[in-house]
Design a binder for this molecule. Sequence first.
Ligand SMILES: [Zn+2]
Length: 233
Amino acid sequence: MTEQLFRDDAYLRECEATVIESADGAIELDRTVFYAMGGGQPGDTGTIDWDGGSVDVVDTRYGEGGAIRHLVAEGATLPAVGSTVTAKLDWDRRYRHMRMHTAMHLLGSILQYGVTGGNISATKSRLDFDMEDTVDKEQVNAALDALVAADHPVICRWITDEELDAQPELVRTMSVQPPRGVGKVRLLEIEGVDLQPCGGTHLNSTAEVGKVRVGKVEKKGRHNRRVNIVLDD
Ligand SMILES: [Zn+2]
């Protein structure tokens, strides 16, 4: 199982690591700053450098048993198993994912409907809501601006199943119910705004989201509104 450094510090841009496996267009390391695709957030890209070589990472996915696989182009030269490498993110892209991801939590707190889907990218992101009402773009934009301006701290912490069981009121306030039976769950909290289990990479404060606004709102059936958001820089 790869140690997931991004879980405890989403701002790490690079790390040293040891190659565990290196074959079939993928590199596995003992630890990494690369987020593997999941929860609607894309896998990270960047480079893996070693003494005398370098390779571009084009995507990051989970493999078997919790391993994280750094995918490289077919035919690329791979580092030897056991060697020391530096794994370095395409930080500009990842930081936009963090801004988008945090903005999605804000959007979900403004439109309090069931969420049926979502997707994040560096340029455009969306949430699908189980709603029949019309989305008032002006109103949602104003609410987004206010949450960004309020500079709320964004906190991630782990909580055990036992701690969850002992605090039913905490579970009741969550916008999404936590999975059980995995021993512990990672919680994302924007105090007074959102609380839910989430494994993605977030900003440390809502102010860092910056210029965000609602793009297209699409009607996908009577009970589904797809709300797109874009970053304005
Ligand atoms: Zn999240």
